[in-house]
Design a protein around this ligand. Structure first.
Ligand SMILES: Nc1nc2c(ncn2[C@@H]2O[C@H](COP(=O)(O)OP(=O)(O)OP(=O)(O)O)[C@@H](O)[C@H]2O)c(=O)[nH]1
Length: 602
C-alpha cells in the first residue's frame, strides 16, 4: 500500500479534440507504463466506436509510476474523463476521485464551451488546476491569445500556462513535475471505516461488473464483503487491483488509491456510478457526497424494420443495459410501425451511439422515430403525469398545464457571429440570460432554451451559422410551463401515431404546413389520391395531396436537400427503400424522417 504523500490523483479535462487522449498516451510512454512498441495510439479509448469517432465515452483510470526530479517515485492515478456534454455526471464523478486536473486547451482553437464547463466542474470539486496549452507545434498556434483566454478563465497569470505538444512530447515532463509539486496528496484516514467512490463501471462478459473505485478512507481487501450505501447492494470482493492499464490484481487498495473491484455482480445499476462502497463489518455510516440518479433526457422509439426481429431487439437492449446504466427502455406499440421500444438517453450523442451499437454489434435494421423530451402535465383533475411520447399526450380538454424541460446553454463564439446565434436562439424560443467577453474577440453567450428545441439539430445549426467556430455546452435547469400542443398527421384520413409531435402552439401552423409539404414529396404515388393532413385536436391546419398514378408519370419521390443533414439522417437515408404499410398506404421509411428535417432550411 502506497504512502499517501507519494500519491497524486488527477484528470485531464479538455474540450473535444484538444488532445486529452494524446497527452494521456504520452504520459504512459514517458513513465514507461507501456512499452512504446506495443503502444497503440490512444490506448485509453478502448471501445471500437470510440476509436472510430475519436471521442472518449468511458472514463478510464491508470496507475503510473513517475520518478521526479527530487529522486522520489510517485504513484500517479490518471483518470480520463469523457469530453461530451451528454456525460457530465460521469465527468463530475471522475473529478470527485481526484485532487488535481490538467486543463488542456488547444493552442490554435482556444477556450471552448466544454473547456469552461469542465473547468467549473473541476473548481466545484475543489481541484488544483494545472493550465496547459497543447499543440504548440501547430503552425496555427496562437499561444499569446490562448494564454490570455486561459488566464481569464481561471484567474491566473498567463505566464503560468504551460506550453506543450502532446504529439511531440515537448513540455510533458515539465507537466509531470507540476503534478508532483502542485497537486495535493490525498489525506484519507487509514484507520477510519473504509469508504470508496465508484466513479465509473463497466460490464465484462466474463467477469461481470468492473467498478472503478477511488478509496477515500480505510482499506478494501479481496474477500471483504462490501455494501453499496445508496443502492444497498451487498457482495463479496472477488478481485481488486490497479489498471496498468491492464488489470493487475493486488492484495488491497488503501486510502488515496484508484483501481478496480470485481464482485461477480452482473448488473451495472447495482454498482452505480456515484455510490459509496463501504465494508459490511465495521463499515462507515455516512456516504460520500454527490450521488445522483442519472435520468434520461431524450427519448425516441426504436422499431425493428423486420417485425420478426423484435425478440432480438429486446435481447440486444437487455445486453446493452448491462453496460450502460443511463439507457432506459420500455415496450412501445405503434399502429404504423408495429412493436418496438421507447428508449431514453442522456442526450443526442448517447442516442446515436446506442443506435449504432444495436445496428452494428447486433446486426439489427432499425427505424427510429423523432427524438422527444419528457413533458410533465398537470391534468384538470390535479394529477401530474410524465409524458415522453407524443402519442401519450392526453386530450387537450383534460390538460391544465404542460411543463417542458429547459436547459441553460453556454455558447462560446468569436464575436462576429453573435447576431446569427441570437437569431437562432430566439427562433428556438430561447431567453437571453447573459453575455461575457472572454477576450477581445471571444464571447460567452448564455441562453435558457427548451430542451425540445435543442435536441433536433440545434448543434448543427450553430456550427453551420458560425462556420464551425462556436461551441456549446448545456445543463438542465428544470421544468417550465409552456403552451404546447400535439400535432397529428393524417394519411388518407387516418392519424399516423409515429408522425405525431409536440410543438409550441405558435409554431403549429408553420410546422404543419411544412411537414405536409415534405411528406407529399416523399410518399410515392399510389392507386388513389392520398390526402395528407396536419391537425391540432380536431382542427385541420394544413393539407396536401399525393395524386394517384397516371401512366406518364415519372414521379420524383425522394426530393429534398440532404447536404447538411446530420449523420443520423444520412444513415437512415440508406434505408429509403424500406417501406412500411400504413393502413392502405405504402410509406417509405424516409417519410418518417420528414419531421426531422423540419428545422432545416430556415
Ligand atoms: N499537432 C498536434 N496535434 C495534436 C496534438 N495533440 C493532439 N493532437 C491531435 O489532435 C487530435 C485530437 O486529439 P485527441 O487526443 O484525440 O483529443 P481528445 O481531447 O482526446 O478528444 P476526445 O477524446 O474526443 O475528447 C488528434 O488528431 C491528435 O493527433 C499536438 O500536440 N500537436
Amino acid at each position: 500500500m502506497a504512502d499517501q504523500s507519494h500519491i497524486r490523483n488527477f484528470s485531464i479535462i479538455a474540450h473535444i479534440d484538444h488532445g486529452k487522449s494524446t497527452l494521456a498516451d504520452r504520459i504512459l510512454e514517458l513513465t514507461h507504463t507501456v512499452d512504446p512498441r506495443s503502444m497503440r495510439a490512444q490506448l485509453l479509448d478502448s471501445m471500437d466506436l470510440e476509436r472510430e469517432r475519436g471521442i472518449t465515452i468511458k472514463a478510464q483510470a491508470v496507475r503510473v509510476f513517475y520518478t521526479a526530479q527530487d529522486g522520489e517515485t510517485y504513484q500517479f492515478h490518471l483518470i480520463d474523463t469523457p469530453g461530451h456534454v451528454d456525460f457530465t455526471y460521469e465527468v463530475s464523478r471522475s473529478l470527485a476521485a481526484c485532487e488535481g486536473a490538467l486543463l488542456v486547451v488547444d493552442a490554435s482553437q482556444g477556450v471552448e464551451a466544454q473547456t469552461v464547463a469542465n473547468t467549473y466542474l473541476a473548481i466545484d470539486a475543489g481541484l488544483e488546476l494545472i493550465p496547459t496549452m497543447n499543440k504548440v507545434d501547430l503552425p496555427g498556434a496562437e499561444p499569446e491569445r490562448v494564454g490570455e483566454e486561459i488566464a481569464e478563465l481561471i484567474g491566473e497569470d498567463p505566464d503560468h500556462v504551460r506550453r506543450i505538444s502532446a504529439k511531440t512530447g515537448e513540455g510533458v515532463l515539465d507537466v509531470l513535475e507540476q503534478i508532483v509539486q502542485r497537486v495535493p496528496a490525498p489525506t484519507g484516514d487509514p484507520e477510519a471505516p473504509p469508504r470508496a467512490l465508484i466513479f465509473d463501471s463497466e460490464y465484462d462478459q466474463y467477469r461481470g461488473v468492473i467498478a472503478y473505485i477511488r478509496v477515500v478512507d480505510g482499506t478494501f481487501k479481496k474477500g471483504d464483503t462490501i455494501v453499496g450505501m445508496e443502492t444497498g447492494t451487498v457482495a463479496e470482493i472477488d478481485d481488486i487491483g490497479f489498471f496498468t492499464p491492464a488489470q493487475l490484481p493486488a492484495k488491497q487498495l488503501g486510502p488515496g488509491e484508484v483501481g478496480y473491484l470485481i464482485t461477480g455482480i452482473k448488473d451495472v445499476t447495482q454498482l452505480a456510478v456515484g455510490d459509496t462502497l463501504t465494508t459490511k463489518i465495521s463499515g462507515a455510516d455516512e456516504p460520500l457526497p454527490g450521488y445522483r440518479d442519472v435520468k434520461p433526457m431524450v427519448f425516441c422509439g426504436l422499431f425493428p424494420m423486420n417485425n420478426d426481429d423484435y425478440p432480438e431487439l429486446r435481447d440486444a437492449l437487455e445486453k446493452l443495459t448491462l453496460n450502460d446504466a443511463a439507457l432506459s427502455w420500455e415496450p412501445e406499440t405503434s399502429d404504423a410501425l408495429g412493436f418496438g421500444f421507447r428508449c431514453g438517453f442522456l442526450g443526442l450523442l448517447h442516442m446515436d451511439i446506442v443506435r449504432e451499437r444495436l445496428e452494428r454489434e447486433y446486426d439489427l435494421e432499425l427505424m427510429a422515430t423523432m427524438p422527444s423530451v419528457e413533458f410533465e402535465i398537470t391534468l384538470t383533475d390535479g394529477d401530474v403525469i410524465p409524458v415522453h411520447n407524443p402519442t401519450d399526450m392526453p386530450d387537450p380538454a383534460r390538460i391544465a398545464e404542460v411543463r417542458e424541460p429547459y436547459i441553460r446553454a453556454s455558447i462560446l463564439t468569436p464575436k462576429e457571429y453573435i447576431g446569427q446565434i441570437m437569431e437562432l436562439c430566439q427562433d428556438r424560443r430561447g431567453n437571453h440570460s447573459g453575455m461575457h467577453y472572454l477576450s477581445a474577440d471571444r464571447v460567452q453567450l448564455t441562453y435558457d432554451l427548451p430542451l425540445a428545441e435543442v435536441v433536433l439539430d440545434f448543434f448543427d445549426q450553430l456550427k453551420t451559422r458560425t462556420k464551425g467556430y462556436a461551441s456549446l455546452d448545456y445543463e438542465p435547469i428544470g421544468l417550465r410551463p409552456s403552451n404546447l400542443v400535439k400535432l397529428d398527421v393524417l394519411l388518407g384520413g387516418d392519424a399516423v401515431d409515429a408522425l405525431s409531435m409536440v410543438v409550441h402552439r405558435d409554431k403549429a401552423y408553420g410546422v404543419g404546413k411544412e411537414l405536409t409539404e415534405r411528406l407529399r414529396k416523399r410518399i410515392p404515388r399510389q392507386q388513389y389520391d392520398v390526402p395528407i393532413q396536419a391537425a391540432v385536436g380536431a382542427k385541420i391546419i394544413a393539407r396536401e395531396t399525393v395524386k394517384a398514378f397516371r401512366k406518364d408519370v415519372t414521379a420524383k419521390c425522394y426530393g429534398g436537400d440532404i447536404s447538411r443533414k446530420r449523420k443520423l439522417l444520412e444513415r437512415q437515408k440508406e434505408g429509403k427503400k424500406r417501406m412500411k404499410q400504413v393502413g392502405r398506404i405504402e410509406v417509405p421509411q424516409e417519410a418518417f424522417l420528414a419531421v426531422l428535417e423540419l428545422a432545416d432550411d430556415k
